[in-house]
Each structure stands twice: as structure tokens, then as C-alpha cells.
Design a protein around this ligand. Structure first.
Ligand code: BTN
Length: 323
């Protein structure tokens, strides 16, 4: 581990407490001067480190700089520590995760970034991913390791787990808009993009990349005019937010373990409980056409059962709906 990472790991463990440079140097077995240099580098990287003469250094309790070390400090399953690949800036974590999956990366490998310059959304759209206030992460899933292996079910699973984790950590009520957008206060605060590759010969899914983009404390002034109309954020600008490292660590652990106790029937029951479209009138978009329907049910494959205005019932499995 580099000295900078060792110092950061030490400060993360002792967040909110002042510790002298000498003590840090002793604890991580490097020179006092290397600690000083590492602190300067960390400050340049954006970490809020207070320094007081005779007291030492302290990583501010409110520090919310996303980092691999910060995520690892919050993880309780040690085997996951080696599977986190962090970028301060990247074009798209899904793109990088797909490359890694194709090279054989193991189930549970996580690519996470503080900012994306070319974040991808569904239907070829872009996903605006400004720095410091969101979380952009892509998890590599080998379907044989999961209870479910259909991408649609994996997407529903992700929507349920991510909304549960946000609710538990923030106390805010999150709704799911079919198929996989998470909403808070009538605005989209999270998008999920599932991409899968199937083995040509066996027809089996080789891997799935689960991309999750979350606006945590993003001010709507940074979004484009178009996105601003629909996108929101879990926290308002002046509200105290949650620690993003803890959020990523919890999401990773839950996504990799919650399925063990969640049958497809239970999963879809939870999905329906959180749905903001069930029993509602919505607009269905199919190609250029859009028409009004009522959502009657959501089946175990994640398909909508809709009723048209003329009273016909149909299944609707892919496309967009507007509420
Ligand atoms: C959507 O709303 O259409 C899905 C958005 C998914 C965005 C996430 S951010 C992390 C990952 N990397 C990407 O390029 N996209 C997904």
C-alpha cells in the first residue's frame, strides 16, 4: 500500500480525532516527513484534514470524499476489500466494468467513481454524473452466484435493495417507478442500467453489469435544463447528507447478500409495495405512439399488466412509462 493510502486508512479509522504526525508515522511505520507529504497530497485530492499545532491531524467527521480506502473502512466482509476499483473521474463505470468482466473479473467486482464524463443511461441516453455529490457504481455479477439470473429480475432486485438501503441510511421514503428508476419527492434520484452478455454457444448469461447512478446531494443547478425537470436529489443543498463511502459499502454488501433470503415471489412483493405506478393511470410510450393505461399488476417476471381505456388487458415488458 502507498504511504498516502496508509495515512488515509489511518485517518479514516480515527475520523474526528486529532493524532500527531509522530504517532501516525509510528503506527504505519513510515517517516514523519512521509506522513507530512502524504497529508499534503490528500489535501490536494480534496480531503478535509484539519491540522492543529501540538494536537496533530484530523480527518473531519463531515469529510465526504469518496475513496477506495474510505469504502473499505466501512465494509464488514473483508473478502470484498480487494474487489473495489475506484476512480475520481472516469467516462463510464459501466463501460469499465464491462471491459473487466470480459477480461474475467470475479463476481462482486465493483467499479465506483466520484464523477463520470460520459455516464450512460437506458435507450442510449446519457446520465449526468457531476462530481462530489453523487455515487456512480457498476457491479459485476456472475449469474450462477445469484438466486436470480434473468436481467429483468436482477434489475428489480437492484431497485428493491438500493431503495431499502437508502431508506435505512437516510430515513427517506423511496419509490420505484417501473422499471428501475428510484424516486424521492416526485423526482428521479437514481437510475439503474443493467447490461448483460450471453455466451453464444451455451445461450447462458456470462455476466451482468449492474450500473447504479445516485444523486445524493446534487444541486439541480448543475443539471442541464432537460434533466432538471425530472431529476432530483436525496438531500437538499443545505441538508446534512450521508457519508458516500458508507453508502457504497452498504450497497455492495447488501447487493451481494440480500438475495440469499429473498425468493422471487418475496422480491416481487417488495417491488410492488414500493411501486409508484401500481393501480395508477400512466402514459405508455411505444415508438412514436403514447397512450393512457391503468397499471393493474406487476408479474414475477417484472412485466406490467395494463388495462387500456377500452378495457383490454395486456402485458407490457419493455418501454417507457410516464406518470
Ligand atoms: C437510466 O436512468 O437510464 C440509467 C442510468 C444508469 C447510470 C449509471 S451511473 C453508473 C453506471 N455507469 C454508467 O455509465 N451508467 C450507470
Amino acid at each position: 500500500m502507498k504511504t498516502k493510502d496508509k495515512v488515509l486508512a489511518f485517518l479514516e479509522k480515527n475520523k474526528g480525532t486529532y493524532i500527531s504526525g509522530t504517532k501516525i508515522a509510528e503506527a504505519i511505520e513510515v517517516s514523519r516527513n512521509s506522513v507530512w507529504k502524504a497529508i499534503k497530497q490528500l489535501e490536494l485530492d480534496g480531503f478535509e484534514i484539519d491540522a492543529i499545532t501540538n494536537k496533530g491531524y484530523c480527518l473531519s467527521e463531515n469529510s465526504d470524499q469518496l475513496s477506495a480506502i474510505g469504502i473499505i473502512e466501512n465494509i464488514s466482509i473483508p473478502e470484498l476489500n480487494n474487489q473495489i476499483i475506484f476512480y475520481d473521474v472516469i467516462d463510464s463505470t459501466n463501460k469499465r466494468a464491462k471491459e473487466l468482466a470480459a477480461e474475467g473479473a470475479i463476481h462482486g467486482t465493483l467499479v465506483v467513481a466520484n464523477e463520470q464524463t460520459d455516464g450512460k443511461g437506458r435507450y442510449g441516453r446519457s446520465f449526468e454524473s457531476p462530481k462530489n455529490t453523487g455515487v456512480y457504481m457498476s457491479l459485476i455479477i456472475r449469474p450462477q452466484e445469484l438466486t436470480y439470473n434473468e436481467p429483468t429480475t436482477v434489475t428489480a432486485y437492484a431497485a428493491v435493495v438500493v431503495s431499502n438501503v437508502i431508506e435505512e441510511l437516510t430515513g427517506k421514503k423511496i419509490g420505484i417507478k417501473w422499471v428501475n428508476d428510484l424516486f424521492y419527492n416526485e423526482k428521479k434520484i437514481c437510475g439503474i442500467l443493467t447490461e448483460a452478455v450471453t455466451d453464444f454457444e451455451s445461450g447462458q448469461i456470462e455476466w451482468i453489469v449492474l450500473g447504479i447512478g445516485l444523486n445524493i446531494s446534487t444541486s439541480d443547478t448543475v443539471f442541464s435544463e432537460e434533466v432538471k425537470q425530472k431529476a432530483g436529489s436525496i438531500f437538499k443543498e443545505n441538508e446534512i447528507s450521508i457519508n458516500r463511502n458508507k453508502l457504497v459499502a452498504t450497497l455492495l454488501e447488501e447487493l451481494l447478500t440480500a438475495h440469499k433470503e429473498l425468493s422471487i415471489t418475496d422480491l416481487m412483493a417488495r417491488y410492488k409495495e414500493k411501486s409508484i405506478v401500481l393501480n395508477k393511470n400512466v402514459m405508455i410510450q411505444q415508438g412514436q405512439e403514447s397512450y393512457k393505461v391503468k397499471v393493474i399488476d406487476i408479474d414475477d417476471q417484472g412485466q406490467l399488466i395494463i388495462e387500456t381505456q377500452s378495457g383490454n388487458r395486456k402485458k407490457f415488458s419493455s418501454g417507457e412509462i410516464r406518470i
